[in-house]
Design a protein around this ligand. Structure first.
Ligand SMILES: *Cc1c(COP(=O)(O)O)cnc(C)c1O
Length: 418
């Protein structure tokens, strides 16, 4: 059970709505900082623990800057994300490139930045050798396939997922690189997303600790780090509970002590690439009801659309909704909450119980701080909203303006549109 709080009072949200205009995403700096500290504390026992924030979750440099100040690095999987990391002063081992089907320019940029590269496939060794060079430290992404039960609807079962290499390939890849003179290695995995069971991550850690032990035993190589990937879930519904980070850190510590220490691997660093859990709960999409219609069902139309938040349309994902100023009224009405796309999936909620909603009400959609604004698209010519940052001193800063119609037409050269 968790309460769905607003970033600030309803009155302040109304003021922000009139000052900046709706819709907007707003992010809570203080909450992002305190959560990042919690994660780092939970793993402070681990040698050189590093959280590489998965930039794709909220690719805004002002947010990256906050996380970098807290000691986090950046996990990138595109050129744009590498450039964002660089812009906020991250480079070298504070950045990792974990991509797949990787275009050459991404490898080249990561090499220039001296960043850690997690190779997604064994063929990437030859690809790098023929088109660029191997980095000094080579890391490989492991896909356990059917050896690992579980998976979920976002990534899919490991054996169905396109990411990573098999265990046999991973061992072979290390041998090939060793023969080429590489002396520093890392291993990586990421097989689940939005998982709330701490035991799942403990089991993943055990799997990777076993892999490191195997590499040591077979090849006499101690990997430098183990990257446990991202995937820690957040409670989108009020019934779910957040992952207890301290508890999770402890479970993984016990496994580390049990497997790594006896294998003489007690100095292997641990890292993670959490995205969702770092910013997800600390973002809200604030939107105004502009239409109300009653046909076979009752609809509330917002000034936001799936251009601003795709998850409900894409995954049928639940996002909690609060009607500002009506928090204490009975939820005695049932609505579909929609955007304006000519696409019937453009709904933030279906059959949602809410208090009576009137045109002009502010509706707040919770937990939009990860894979929210970032996922938006321009289908139907709809434009993405602005992003605001609620700073620790209570002031609010515009950290990305809304898209304009000129942005939308910027790639066209046609009379009357420019
Ligand atoms: C998306 C992604 C992450 C972050 O996943 P979350 O579920 O947001 O924690 C980490 N690593 C890679 C390679 C990813 O693609």
């Amino acid at each position: 059970m968790n309460s769905k709080r607003l970033p600030c009072s309803g009155d302040k949200l109304e003021l922000l709505a009139s000052e900046f205009g709706t819709p907007f995403h707003i992010y809570d700096e203080a909450a992002i900082r305190s959560n990042a500290r919690k994660l780092l504390k939970a793993f402070s026992w681990a040698p050189r623990f590093k959280e590489y924030y998965a930039v794709k979750a909220l690719p805004n440099p002002y947010i990256l800057e906050i996380l970098a100040e807290e000691g986090c690095g950046a996990d990138c999987s595109s050129l744009a994300e590498l450039m964002l990391a660089k812009a906020v002063g991250l480079a070298g081992s504070d950045v990792c490139l974990t991509s797949n089907d990787t275009p050459l320019v991404e490898f080249q940029t990561a090499l220039e930045m001296n960043s850690i590269i997690n190779l997604d496939d064994i063929t990437h060794i030859d690809y790098l050798l023929s088109k660029a060079r191997l980095p000094e430290l080579v890391s490989f992404r492991y896909n356990p396939g059917p050896l690992r039960k579980g998976g979920n609807e976002i990534i899919g079962y490991p054996e169905q997922a396109k990411y990573g290499m098999t265990g046999t390939q991973l061992l072979e890849a290390i041998a090939i690189c060793r023969d080429l003179g590489v002396e520093r290695f890392g291993i990586h995995t990421m097989i689940v997303s939005n998982e709330l069971q701490a035991d799942y991550f403990r089991d993943t850690a055990v799997m990777m600790f076993d892999m490191a032990t195997k590499i040591k035993k077979i090849m006499g190589i101690s990997v430098e780090f183990i990257n446990l990937g991202g995937g820690i879930g957040i409670p989108y519904t009020q019934e779910e509970a957040p992952v207890d980070l301290l508890g999770l850190g402890n479970k993984i510590r016990l496994a580390y002590e049990e497997i790594m220490l006896p294998a003489g691997l007690g100095n292997v660093a641990l890292c993670m690439e959490s995205g969702r859990m770092m910013t997800g709960p600390y973002g809200w999409l604030v939107s105004r009801a502009i239409h109300r219609k009653e046909i076979y069902k009752n609809y509330i139309g917002l000034d936001a659309s799936m251009a601003d938040l795709m998850r409900p349309a894409l995954y049928g994902a639940y996002h909690h909704i609060t009607v500002v100023g009506k928090e204490d009224l009975p939820k005695d009405h049932i609505y579909d909450i929609t955007g304006s796309l000519c696409e019937n999936n453009d709904k933030f909620a279906i059959d949602r119980e809410l208090p009576k909603v009137d045109v002009g009400d502010l509706l707040v959609i919770h937990d939009t701080g990860a894979h929210g604004h970032a996922m938006g698209f321009n289908y139907n010519g709809k434009l993405r909203s602005k992003e605001l940052l609620l700073k620790t001193d209570g002031s609010v800063k515009l950290i990305r303006r809304a898209e304009t119609i000129d942005d939308y037409f910027a790639t066209l050269d046609y009379p009357g549109l420019v």
